[in-house]
Design a protein around this ligand. Structure first.
Ligand code: M6R
Length: 362
């Protein structure tokens, strides 16, 4: 049931404030993170290996930044189809964590089975609780996104990020890298995020306007640095999945190592950059793009938009949030941009060609 929306994808994008609030209510009680079952103790963990496919992989890539920066926990991230055939050594002290919306992705399940008996513990972050990946894990952590029908994953992504961030915040305190007070501060900010999601969803009109121009492009680049790099990858994946426009994401610092050769006035460049600790670096990359005639669509906050200057082609202004929470918020404009571009192109948003919701073949 599309509940009055034209597409499941639109419905699922719009549901994000509600599902995130519900997920938070299940995990956070009285300012404390509660994990199901016997929970996870990060204090003695030596290494965390994160494995997934597609959008779930980009959630893992984001989590690497969180676990490393907040908890000083060494993290390896891999695409399941590479991980499983590389037969990597799994040193003692490794916990393996698999992220999957469906819980049935063949490569992710095979990677999990490869780790069984080798890793200290197998964790999973899943949406479908009654799934093979959940069943084969020592502990399955549900994301509580509710049923996701659209082939393009939206609410499952933000809910995966939510659980992974909660784990990183727990790891940070378990390992003595963060005070309880700071954790409570961030949990309070996280609790306010559903309301801020509504503000981001209200940017629909400006995003739709930008999407009409993006729809005319043959190629689109996405740039991001730090926590925004995985988000740039996710934005590009979403766009190509449903609009069939060739979209490519790069870490901003990689621009001059090749992709800048692609820039001309026909290639829109989506720059995802809140006014965070890396903003100045990204702005200089943005100016390199504009100096070559590239059209920049900047997704930032008010301070970032003001500093970016007048030459930016279009700006989507989001509320300011603590830097660690930015991936959850910036996912929304990326999803809406892909959605409205697909609408402008008239493609089949919920059933894009060649794609299946659950990839159970290798
Ligand atoms: O069910 P899973 O999370 O394991 O699926 C992984 C990917 O197939 C999935 O995220 C895919 O990339 C989506 N279509 C992205 O929108």
């Amino acid at each position: 049931d599309k509940a009055g929306y034209k597409h499941f994808m639109a419905k699922e994008i719009a549901e994000q404030p509600t599902v995130l609030a519900g997920a938070l209510a299940s995990y956070v009680k009285d300012g404390t993170i509660h994990l199901p079952g016997e929970g996870v103790d990060f204090s003695k963990m030596q290494r965390l290996t994160l494995v997934a496919c597609g959008t779930a992989f980009y959630a893992c890539l984001t989590a690497k930044y969180w676990f490393e920066q907040l908890a000083r926990l060494p993290v390896e991230v891999d695409i399941a189809s590479e991980f499983r055939y590389r037969t990597p050594p799994i040193p003692a002290g490794t916990t393996a964590l698999f992220v999957s919306q469906s819980g049935e992705t063949a490569d992710t399940l095979a990677a999990l089975r490869y780790c069984a008996g080798k890793a200290d513990r197998i964790l999973s972050v899943v949406n479908v609780a009654e799934s093979s990946i959940a069943r084969d894990s020592d502990l399955a952590l549900p994301i509580y996104a509710g049923v996701e029908v659209g082939v393009a994953s939206t609410k499952a992504f933000t809910c995966q990020l939510n659980v992974l961030l909660l784990l990183a915040l727990k790891a940070a305190v378990d390992r003595g890298e963060m005070t309880r007070d700071r954790q409570v501060e961030l949990l309070t900010a996280l609790n306010a995020l559903p309301g801020i999601f509504n503000v981001a969803l209200d940017r629909d009109a400006v995003i739709r306007k930008a999407a009409r121009r993006i729809a005319e492009a043959r190629d689109v680049l996405f740039l991001g640095r730090g926590l925004m790099y995985p988000l740039a990858l996710e934005g590009a994946l979403k766009l190509k999945e449903i609009s069939y426009i060739h979209a490519e994401a790069y870490a901003s610092g990689e621009l001059k190592h090749g992709p800048i050769a692609l820039i001309d006035k026909t290639v829109p460049v989506v720059v995802m950059a809140p006014r965070d600790s890396l903003f100045d670096k990204t702005v200089s990359n943005m100016h390199e793009v504009m100096a070559r005639g590239g059209k920049v669509l900047l997704i930032s906050d008010a301070a970032g938009a003001a500093e970016a200057g007048a030459d930016v082609w279009q700006t989507i202004v989001l509320p300011e949030v603590p830097e660690v929470l930015s991936p959850l918020l910036y996912a929304l404009p990326a999803q809406l941009l892909a959605y409205h571009t697909a609408i402008a192109k008239g493609t089949d948003v919920d059933q894009p060609r060649n794609l299946a919701k659950s990839v159970t073949v290798e």
